[in-house]
Design a binder for this molecule. Structure first.
Ligand SMILES: [Zn+2]
Length: 321
């Protein structure tokens, strides 16, 4: 039976055939190798309209320009599975100016009306529709929701910052601006600074577990920097979880809280951290270990030293940065 499964994976190609081993049940419960995480390869092979490339981001921006929107997508940051032959990256749109600069939220920014700028909150909303249920794994919508809330609370609990990281209502809307652009469900509603847009909207490149898109404000002159801090002003960010993998909340397979914590790091303006190198067996190692490593190794729901340092350097002075 295992051989049959392996042969089927090989037909779909690319990833699976690079690993010749047949795994024992014990190994299948380990957090790696990558085959143990895989859900249904059909999900990956049937929708390849969207890829995480600068060209794809540029196309999205052309659509936003045609629609007269006052924001553009600046970048997409993604995390990959250990052993996938792919290390997480930051993909930057080519057709947006100031692309070498960082980006962050501006305090008291009236343009982010969904966050009631008077209270200087950074807000998030979680998709509660069918998108909230990973297609493979045992996690329910309520459990993935709780895992994302725990991850949010973990960042919010850091006492170096007065960041008021709070949840906005989702009104039962199928969140997903990027998804809506590409016709994979979602909607054009922006309900919070950070959207968790679910598991079913988009299909990404092999190895990708999750991605955060950053949208920045523009005016007639291009990207804005109204607080003059040398960074692009973030409009909102949007997080997706790849439906290809087996997701769980019990520490097995791909751990929802761990990936949510990582993506929320991007949501709160952190970049990847740590040197990821490849080992002889084709898997990766990272040093130092951090939630913000670009590769998923195992559940990690406590922020590490560099995660905390990065967060505090960005948010320590909020709302006075
Ligand atoms: Zn990442």
């Amino acid at each position: 039976m295992k051989k049959l499964i392996f042969a089927l994976l090989c037909i779909v190609g690319v990833i699976a055939c690079q690993h010749e081993e047949v795994f024992t049940p014990d190994e299948l419960q380990a957090p790696s190798p990558m085959e143990a995480y895989m859900g249904n390869t059909d999900v990956k092979s049937t929708a390849q309209d969207f890829d995480l490339t600068p060209d794809a981001l540029d196309e999205m921006n052309e659509i936003l320009a045609m629609e007269g929107m006052e924001f553009r997508v600046l970048m997409a940051e993604y995390i990959t599975a250990n052993g996938s032959n792919e290390i997480g990256h930051t993909v930057i749109a080519k057709n947006v100016g100031n692309k070498q600069l960082g980006s962050d939220f501006v305090p008291n920014d009236a343009r982010r009306g969904w966050s009631n700028p008077d209270v200087n909150a950074i807000t998030y909303a979680i998709d509660q529709t069918i998108d909230a249920v990973p297609p493979f794994g045992n996690a329910t919508a309520a459990e993935t929701d709780a895992a994302i809330v725990r991850a949010s609370d973990t960042w919010n609990a850091l006492n170096c910052s007065n960041l008021n990281f709070t949840r906005n209502p989702d009104y039962g809307i199928d969140l997903g601006y990027v998804a809506a652009i590409y016709g994979y469900g979602g909607s054009f509603a922006v309900l919070a600074d950070i959207h968790h847009a679910g598991w079913r909207d988009l299909v990404f490149a092999p190895g990708v577990l999750g991605v955060t898109f950053t949208f920045i404000w523009i005016d007639a002159n291009g990207p804005t920097d109204i607080d003059g801090n040398g960074k692009n002003d973030v409009a909102f960010r949007e997080i997706y979880y790849d439906p290809f993998w087996i997701w769980n909340v019990d520490g097995s397979h791909i751990d929802v809280e761990t990936i949510a914590l990582h993506e929320l790091g991007h949501g709160l303006s952190q970049a990847h951290f740590g040197k990821v190198s490849i080992k002889k067996d084709g898997t990766f190692k990272a040093s130092p270990r951090a939630v913000m490593n670009a590769v998923y190794f195992a559940p990690l729901t406590e922020l590490q030293g560099t995660d905390i340092g990065g967060h505090c350097s960005i948010w320590g002075e909020w709302p006075h940065n």
